[in-house]
Design a protein around this ligand. Sequence first.
Ligand code: F3S
Length: 408
Amino acid sequence: MYLTDEEHAWLAGDAGPATRRALEIVVTLARIYGAERLIPVESVQISGVSYRNLGDAGVEFLRHWVEEGARVRVPTTLNPAAMDMVDWNTQGIDADFAAHQQEVLALFSAMGVGGGAPVPTCTPYLIGSRPRMGAHVAWAESSAVVFANSVLGARTNREGGPGAIAAAIVGRTGAYGLHLDAQRRSTVLVKANDPPRTIADYSALGALVGRQTRNAVPYFVGLPLDPEEPLLEEKLKALGAAMAATGSVALYHVAGITPEARADPQLAATGETLAVGPLAEGYAALSDPADSDAADIDLVWIGCPHASLHEIAYVAAALDGRTLRIPLWVTSARPVKAVAEMQGLVAKIEAAGGRVFADACLAIGPVRELGYRLVATPSAKGAYYLRNLAQVSVQFAPLDACLEAALR
Ligand code: F3S
């Protein structure tokens, strides 16, 4: 594999032990995937932030980087934590767990992530980290990866946790996979039997397509989307996140909508065509039967991927002047929550008895330990990981149905 003089010098230790170790990781991964060279990346997004997932071994791994003097060389963002970093106490998180999670954030700060002040979120593109079309980046969170590739037209593979840290320290990744033109062509044409309307419908469609296409590059035709509609990005965010969860889709195209499909009509696949639906199958596949051991929904979770301002506004309007019967949590990026607070949206949700938490992802948080057994969500990805990681029963349903369940 070709390496520049600077990269050879870094491997010899000229830039310190952390840079040498990070470059060794990046080069090893690049060789495994058949890259002929490394490429500079404009930004990195790191996953593996939840203390529940990292455990003490993961924290020790991060400490070792800091002790070696690791510093990120490119703008780097961070995935959600297991809790709201400010309101963890009212979320019911215990102090010992919170202290460990706080140390994780402090270690990433010490590495210069987020300019030294990292904001945990799976939607960096909603808080200013929006790579331009064609930019090479190294992102790790699967829903952010598929959004960056598909909706923004940037180029990233699905980086693993340690690989993303290493890429951030050296500002490079291997030139393979979705960094290359040839890998970005679609491999299957997809038609929805049942046209999706709401954001949750796009999530249900994505759940079905991900299950059936695994790691394909789907090319959607016939979706009722308008490039100018206000909720376009929310629908595409939901579609991609679901495909990345039930399959491992990292790139998709939508005829006339996504940037590469608009730029090159020849991208459309000529091979297999898949007709997917009805959408009810997508909802049902990620809902536990009504006779599961937890009969009643005891928590509603909205904000997977982290909620946009539009999504928070919708919930606030639906709950305005009403009273929730069970807990309803919205998760979002802290800067988005701050704007929602300024616009009075958080106050409306809280007046109804709901909460808006920042920084957190419930799927990687201690939901079961907090006593919840059956969680309703309008997110296929949320349902998939609540079931598989948080080990609670789930109901995946349209947003209005989730809100009604919480109000009833
Ligand atoms: Fe984000 Fe967690 Fe969902 S990382 S995409 S809120 S599973």
